[in-house]
Design a protein around this ligand. Structure first.
Ligand SMILES: *Cc1c(COP(=O)(O)O)cnc(C)c1O
Length: 388
């Protein structure tokens, strides 16, 4: 049933639809059923590792999804988890213990930032923040106890792209396990394992599911590493409910269509914003004006659906603009079919001090925009109305 190895190599669009499907089909069903049972028959010849139980992420839906995720990212094994943070925390805790140290790129996702700077510190795991573009600094922060380099494919909310090629080679040279949160890129636009990263993490809540109705996460890595991460996940209780695994699989089937459209739409919207007199600056990796545009063009197959821009001098002016949007909803999440806008200084980055935000370049007037799959022209009209 788990044998889903295709006879001939397939492209991503095909894998998104078919990878992980059980062969032979269960009762001939073209869509794999949801296994909800928490009780599974145990045969006399079975060993401890044959015990099936939903929290152990080893029901057919979990196993099929793990294979599919591995196939999409070009890794050996994959593990679906209860959230992006469940994947990130289980991965870090499987690799690090008291006395260990990790390098982390500046500008991390808020939840990961708190995990590293609060929870891990309390467990005796130390860290240093580094500039993702400054290998010289990485070297000075390296300690004998450094075990991990943690990066993100595109930073939030300024859409910066670190020197990811160097991070992968630096990690290899110094025996560090390289981790990358690839949520913003998705395997449609970037497959970090091809670049030499050891572990790829996603908040599947965002693009992978794409329908704004499931919280999930995943990690893709070597078979041994995924087994070690799964042991942590089993103990900390971060398994994903089989019903949600099913929904995630349904969402994944259209990932290439969605992300392709969102990337094209975001580029048009970014160009429109760049030409608008009330917009002070636009950040989108697909724009020639973006500082990391050349790197994005070299590493990514598309520039994604996320952009950010500055309007107004202050919070009130910018909040007013967001409130005037009719299609785009004010929300802090991202990656769904619906366009959403947020002011990071008030939402995703409100936990940071103003000084820290300013140091990173996150002004009070900055808007982060997650482009959905609505008509591009309608989204541009919506922005035009709200800005005028
Ligand atoms: C949302 C997000 C996470 C956390 O994922 P959850 O599914 O909310 O736990 C991690 N990294 C990035 C880049 C995210 O956008």
């Amino acid at each position: 049933m788990a044998d889903s190895t295709p006879r001939t190599p397939q492209r991503l669009q095909t894998k998104l639809v078919h990878s992980g499907d059980p062969h032979p089909r269960i009762e001939g069903s073209g869509i794999a059923p949801i296994f909800r049972s928490t009780i599974w028959e145990y045969r006399p010849e079975d060993g401890y590792h044959d015990v099936r139980y939903p929290r152990l992420s080893n029901l057919p839906n979990h196993v099929q999804m793990g294979e599919k995720l591995a196939d999409l990212e070009g890794g050996e094994a994959g593990l679906v988890t209860a959230s992006g943070m469940a994947a990130i925390s289980a991965t870090l805790l499987s690799l690090l213990g008291a006395g260990d140290h990790l390098l982390v790129q500046h500008g991390l996702y808020g939840g990961t930032h708190s995990l590293v700077t609060d929870d891990l510190v309390r467990l005796g795991i130390e860290h240093d923040f580094v500039d993702g573009n400054d290998p010289g600094e990485w070297k000075t922060k390296l300690r004998p106890s450094t075990k991990v380099f943690y990066a993100e494919s595109i930073s939030n909310p300024l859409l910066g792209i670190s020197d990811l090629e160097r991070i992968a080679t630096f990690s290899r040279e110094h025996n560090l396990v390289s981790l990358i949160d690839s949520t913003f890129t998705s395997p449609v636009n970037f497959r970090p394992i091809e670049l030499g990263f050891d572990c790829v993490l996603h908040s599947a809540t965002k693009y992978l599911n794409g329908h704004s109705d499931v919280v999930a996460g995943c990690v893709i890595a070597s078979t041994d590493r995924v087994a070690a991460i799964k042991r942590k996940l089993d103990h900390f209780g971060g398994s994903l409910d089989p019903q949600a695994v099913y929904l995630l699989n349904r969402g994944l089937k259209t990932l290439a269509l969605r992300v392709g459209y969102q990337s094209a739409s975001a580029l048009e919207i970014a160009r429109f914003l760049e030409s608008h007199s009330k917009v002070r600056s636009v950040r989108y990796p697909g724009l020639e004006s973006h500082p990391d545009h050349a790197r994005a063009a070299r590493l990514f197959d598309g520039y994604g659906g996320m952009l950010s821009f500055e309007v107004g001098e202050d919070a009130d002016e910018t909040d007013g603009m967001i409130a005037r949007l009719e299609i785009a909803m004010a929300s802090a999440s991202l990656g769904g079919m619906e366009t959403v806008a947020t002011r990071p200084a008030a939402t995703t980055h409100a936990g940071m001090s103003r000084a820290e935000r300013e140091r990173l370049g996150i002004s009070d007037g900055l808007v982060r925009f997650s482009v959905g799959i609505e008509a591009t022209e309608d989204l541009i009209d919506d922005l035009q109305r709200a800005l005028d």
